[in-house]
Design a protein around this ligand. Structure first.
Ligand code: ADP
Ligand code: MG
Length: 356
């Protein structure tokens, strides 16, 4: 579910004092809760609610909320993380049984969502890609930075296939057709967790917030200066954080998938953590990042990875056909110039054309 490299954010959260573009003298009313989860940082910015005319009892209530946030994240990791050998998902992955196994409703519905997108993309996106992700060293074990042998790739690829995985939502359970099936939910788990955090924040009476885990975020209402939440999509330059596009969102989720952070380099070739299940190889293409805006962050997170695997042509076609708000960033062969293509649905979120 996480990796060391995810410590680098793919979306920069912009605070007004960082940018002259949104400079103003208003006092920021927002409160922040920050922490670490899934190999990256999480941050919740919110405007404290005024209930029964009283102000949010700042430090105590914020501390209590932070405790609930940490508890929820721990709970989600205990269900979905492949990095926790004792999680519900890991127990399923390491269980050789091909019978239906009872799981939490949350895990079965996440698997159902993963299978839905796997079908739409004809397996370009595939939540059973785990054996290949692990083989290439992007799984829970430490990075090997080694190109696997052709034989090993063929063997792992033979284990992969979403059609060998089934889920029952009525009586929450999942089933695999052969013991080699290994589910990897890393492509959507952060999005799911962001949605859950947003729900938690709302049950605490908060209506204006921005919740983020790494490059996944969800916003509602307005920021502490009574303006729409503004976030920056980073330019996909390894090792740097350069602000690219600014987008304004007031009731949406954003997720960015990229091949430019989590990769290793061998003989001048970059191998990223996004794997094409049909070839068994990391995607090798000019497409370096995809940002998707959607109602739920789980959907945005699932689709950004799916579009990343499909590539700029097929991915853009799918995004257009499904009226998705998506931005694709491609890099020139010398790595110096970027080209952006986005759908009309994405355009409506662009705040200021460009600030650098
Ligand atoms: P990040 O983890 O950086 O947020 P993504 O949301 O794109 O990025 O998820 C990438 C992860 O998805 C990989 O680390 C891997 O675990 C998993 N993955 C890789 N290839 C595929 C694929 N074809 N289908 C589904 N999941 C994939
Ligand atoms: Mg994703």
């Amino acid at each position: 579910m996480h990796s060391f490299f995810l410590q680098f954010l793919t979306i920069l959260l912009i605070t007004c004092n960082l940018l002259s573009a949104c400079k103003n003298e208003q006092i920021d009313q927002s409160v922040q809760i920050v922490g670490f989860t899934m190999g990256t940082n999480y941050k919740i910015s919110f405007i404290p609610p005024r209930s029964t005319g009283k102000l949010w009892q700042s430090s105590i209530q914020t501390e209590l909320l932070k405790n609930s946030v940490e508890e929820l994240l721990e709970h989600i990791n205990k269900q979905m993380s492949t990095y926790d050998v004792g999680s519900e998902l890991s127990r399923f992955n390491h269980n050789n049984s091909t019978s239906w196994l009872a799981v939490s409703p949350e895990l079965s519905s996440l698997v159902a969502e993963g299978l839905r997108i796997s079908e739409i993309t004809h397996g370009a996106y595939d939540i059973t890609v785990g054996p290949l992700v692990n083989l290439w060293g992007f799984g829970p074990e430490s990075h090997r930075d080694q190109i696997p042998s052709d034989t090993a790739i063929i063997q792992s690829r033979a284990q992969v296939g979403y059609w060998h995985l089934h889920t029952n939502l009525v009586s929450p359970s999942i089933k695999k057709d052969h013991p080699g099936i290994y589910i990897d939910l890393s492509s959507l788990a952060k999005g799911y967790a962001v949605d859950q955090l947003a729900q938690l924040v709302e049950t605490n009476g908060i209506q204006n917030y921005l919740v983020s885990i790494g490059g996944d975020l969800r916003a509602k209402g307005h920021n502490g200066k009574n303006q729409p939440w503004t976030v920056a999509i980073e330019q996909p330059v390894p090792g740097q954080h350069i602000v690219g596009r600014l987008i304004q969102i007031s009731d949406h989720s954003v997720s960015t998938a990229g091949s430019y952070r989590n990769y290793f380099e061998k003989n001048g070739q970059k191998y990223s953590h996004v794997i094409n299940p049909h070839t068994g190889q990391p995607v090798l293409q000019a497409l370096v990042s995809v940002t998707v805006i959607s109602d739920t962050d789980m959907e945005a997170d699932t689709i950004d990875t799916a579009l990343m695997v499909l590539g700029s042509e097929d991915g853009f076609k799918l995004a257009t056909e499904h009226h998705l708000a998506a931005l694709f960033i491609l890099v020139s062969p010398d790595g110096k110039r970027f080209q952006e293509i986005y759908t009309p649905e994405f355009e409506s979120f662009l705040a200021i054309s460009r600030i650098n």
